[in-house]
Structure formats: structure tokens, C-alpha cells
Design a protein around this ligand. Structure first.
Ligand SMILES: C[S@@+](CC[C@H](N)C(=O)[O-])C[C@H]1O[C@@H](n2cnc3c(N)ncnc32)[C@H](O)[C@@H]1O
Length: 425
């Protein structure tokens, strides 16, 4: 995408960005308290805000919803937490399905704090302000890094800067795909170049690259571009696949020979779930047409049975490791799946139908599934309320590791990954 850079007098320019300054803006006044209030920042797919809000209200009933824009929410923590405790907070530990990223807030940078003589957002001042906020939590640690290292004491330094924008549209609308934007790359470059020396000393060697994956345990400074002139600054510690990438946005591209966009969600799902799919792993892809999900499996060397009444793309059909079982899943004889261990499913049906079909399959004595990776389609967002029940149901089939997440490449749907461990033969 061509890069719109900084405009001459004000801040960042956004390509095709609608004016959202008043849209869906909600703010609650924080409750009065003597300790400085702490906040957590979340991004999610546009449209999933309510689902995420309800999840947080369930998981953290003492936190208070504070502020939201489409694709972005903040919550006020019930009490002040130490840096170590704040570093332990992340999407996996909160078991959130609809959060794409989660960070602890250090503060907001807007025209209110950083304006020029004419009252416009002043980017140069804003860059300085971001580093002041970073220093408020990590400054002393970074300055004393060398001494601490010599004494063998653990220090908290910022290893890289994660810059990302909240989603500009609902996924799929006008072909929109969430991802790292040119504005995020540009702001990242400016922040990297203006970082004070004590922070630069602690940066990872590849921190110059916004999309370089962070290492587990590293601390990242988060700068969320909520508006052209409103950035929210925070931090998180890397703990899983998604938190390695700015805003949980991995730089996956659709290969030119991919037969469908579904390739991306299964590629992301396989990386996130860390399912050990390798050469000769026996997999079933239910709802396989035209074949994107199967391609993600075939690329790992798996043997794939693709179930679908519809046509499979000739490229996938011609693959020596692929077999098309033409028909609906409930019309096929179960003994066909006796040797299969991994089941991926992506049927364009209501969640309960997908769950019924999977249950019917995996509960049979002659089918021995190790893992399931499947989408649940929310034709209506009200299905989001039933996610805890869906997860309970999958666990009741004997899958003891069950996770669900709305992936970057999921549209109005979620991905569920379920494992039965230890694996049986
Ligand atoms: C969203 S498409 C799947 C895309 C595919 N996973 C890919 O990677 O390209 C949904 C598919 O589910 C199939 N489907 C719906 N109900 C089914 C059933 N009961 N058994 C098998 N396939 C089914 C449809 O025929 C359709 O091709």
C-alpha cells in the first residue's frame, strides 16, 4: 500500500479514513480514589466491542468499563497493581476470546496535552510525550540497566515498540483486512528514532522492524493509534503467538496460489494453536471447498481427507496427499475416518450444527481424534453470549485443552482449538 506520511503541519495522515470523531464514542468518569487509576487497553475486531465488554465483565467483575471507540476499549482496574502483576496480565491469562491485543495503559497522548500555538496536534511534542510516559514506568529501570545486569538483578526494559491502529472498518467491508498500516509503520519509525538513549540501549537487535516477531518474555511499548490525533500508550509482556506481533496482527500474506482467503485463518489458527501437524499427519477438513484450509495442512506435509459436497479447486485436487470425499459429513461412513487424528472444520452453518457434527464424529469408539480446529460462525452477534457454553460442550467430549479466539483473519466468527492430551495412538 502506498504510504501516506506525516502531513505538513499536523499529525499522521490516514488513507481512506472515515471521520469517526463522534461515532460510538463513550466515556465513563473514573471513580474517585486517592491512588492513581490504572487502566488496561484492548483492541478487537470492529463489531466485537460488546462481546469483549461482556467477557471482561464476566472475567474481571471489579474492573470498570471506561472508554471505547469502534475496535478499541479501555477498562479501569479495581486497584493499583505492581509492575510485575501488570506484566502478568495478557489475553491468554484472562481467557478472552474477543480481545486481539491487551496492554496496560501508561496514558493518552492527544491535542489536549500536545498542541502547537494554533491548538493543532503537534507530532513532535507527542513523540516526546510518548517517551515521557514510557519513562514514568520504565525510566529508572532502563537507566540502571547496566548496574542491575552486573549485579544479576532482573530488570524491566522495553525491547521494542508496537505501533498499531484500531480497525478502520468491519472485517470484509470494502474488502477490509485488519493489518499493520502505513501510518503504524511511519509512527514506529519516528518513535524508534526519537527514543532516548537509555531506551535504545535496551532495544532488541531487530527492534527497528515493526513486524519482526518479539521473543517470549520481552516487554513491548504499545502505541495504539485510536485517532490521527489520539494515541494510547501502554505496555505488555510477550506470552503467546499473538502478543509477539503489534496489536496481535501477524504479517501473514495470502499466497498467490491460495484457493481461498480461508487459507489465512487456518494458517493463523495452526500457528496460534501450535498443533503438531507434520509430514504424514492424518487430517480431515470438513467444509473443505474450495480448499484454502486444506492447503495450510498440505503445506505441512499432512495427508488430507477433504469433505464437502461442493467442488474442490483443481490445484488442491491434484495434490497427491489430498482426497476429496464428496458429500455432507453426516452422509459419510465413519470408518473412513478411523485413521484420522486431526479435524479442521469450516462449515457455513450455525454453531450448534458444527458442534453436533463434530460430537457425532469424535464420540465414536472407532474415531480417535487428537485435536480439533474449527470455526463457529456468528450469523448474529448474540451467539457470542453462548461461547462459554460451546467451550463446556467441547470439553465434555474429553478435550482437556480448549481455547477460543477471534483471530485476525476470522470474520464474524471465532476459531476453537481443542486438544486431547496425552495423545493416544
Ligand atoms: C466457508 S466454506 C469453506 C471454505 C474452506 N474451508 C476453505 O478453506 O476454502 C463452507 C463450506 O462448508 C460446506 N458445508 C456446509 N455444510 C456441510 C456439511 N454438512 N458437510 C460438509 N461440508 C459442508 C459448504 O459446501 C461450503 O463449501
Amino acid at each position: 500500500m502506498p504510504t501516506p506520511l506525516f502531513s505538513a503541519n499536523t499529525g499522521l495522515k490516514f488513507a481512506n479514513r472515515p471521520d469517526l470523531s463522534k461515532e460510538n464514542q463513550v466515556e465513563n468518569s473514573p471513580a474517585k480514589s486517592s491512588a492513581p487509576a490504572q487502566f488496561a487497553l484492548f483492541t478487537c475486531q470492529r463489531g466485537a466491542e460488546n462481546a469483549l465488554k461482556k467477557e471482561l465483565e464476566r472475567r474481571r467483575p471489579t474492573w470498570r468499563f471506561s472508554y471505547s471507540r469502534p475496535g478499541f476499549l479501555t477498562f479501569r482496574l479495581s486497584e493499583s497493581e505492581s509492575l510485575d502483576k501488570r506484566l502478568a496480565l495478557d489475553v491468554p491469562s484472562l481467557r478472552l476470546v474477543f480481545a486481539r491485543s491487551c496492554a496496560h495503559s501508561l496514558g493518552r497522548v492527544s491535542a489536549r496535552e500536545c498542541s502547537d500555538a494554533a491548538g493543532n496536534f503537534d507530532v513532535s511534542k507527542a513523540l516526546v510525550r510518548v517517551w515521557e510516559l514510557a519513562a514514568s514506568e520504565f525510566g529508572n529501570e532502563s537507566r540502571s540497566a547496566e548496574t542491575a545486569r552486573r549485579l544479576g538483578r532482573q530488570i524491566h526494559t522495553i525491547a521494542r515498540i508496537h505501533v498499531y491502529e484500531r480497525d478502520q472498518f468491519a472485517v470484509g467491508v470494502r474488502g477490509y483486512e485488519p493489518g499493520l498500516t502505513s501510518s503504524a509503520y511511519e509512527l514506529h519509525k519516528r518513535l524508534y528514532e526519537t527514543a532516548p538513549k537509555e531506551f535504545q540501549n535496551g532495544f532488541a537487535t531487530d527492534a527497528r522492524k515493526l513486524d519482526a516477531p518479539a521473543e517470549p518474555g520481552e516487554i513491548c511499548l504499545d502505541v495504539v493509534i485510536v485517532e490521527e490525533n489520539e494515541w494510547h500508550v501502554g505496555f505488555h509482556r510477550v506470552s503467546d503467538f499473538h502478543s509477539r506481533y503489534p496489536g496481535g496482527l501477524s504479517p501473514l500474506d495470502l499466497p498467490t496460489d491460495a484457493t481461498s482467503r480461508a487459507f489465512l485463518k487456518f494458517e493463523e489458527g495452526l500457528r496460534w494453536s501450535e498443533f503438531p501437524i507434520e509430514i504424514d499427519s492424518r487430517c480431515v477438513d470438513i467444509g473443505a471447498s474450495p480448499g484454502g484450509g486444506s492447503q495450510a495442512l498440505l503445506a505441512r506435509g499432512a495427508l488430507v481427507l477433504g469433505v464437502d459436497p461442493a467442488e474442490i479447486d483443481p490445484l488442491v485436487l491434484a495434490h497427491p496427499n489430498f482426497t476429496h470425499l464428496r458429500g455432507k459429513i453426516n452422509q459419510l461412513r465413519r470408518k473412513l475416518f478411523r485413521k484420522s487424528r486431526w479435524f479442521i472444520t469450516d462449515m457455513n452453518v450455525a454453531p450448534v450444527y458444527t458442534l453436533d457434527a463434530l460430537e457425532e464424529l469424535v464420540m465414536r469408539d472407532d474415531v480417535s481424534a487428537r485435536g480439533l480446529l474449527f470455526t463457529l460462525k456468528f450469523f448474529d452477534w448474540k451467539f457470542a453470549d453462548d461461547v462459554p457454553e460451546y467451550i463446556r460442550r467441547v470439553k465434555s467430549w474429553g478435550f482437556n485443552h480448549v481455547r477460543a479466539r477471534q483471530l485476525q483473519f476470522n470474520r464474524q466468527e471465532i476459531m476453537v482449538a481443542a486438544l486431547k492430551k496425552p495423545f493416544v495412538k
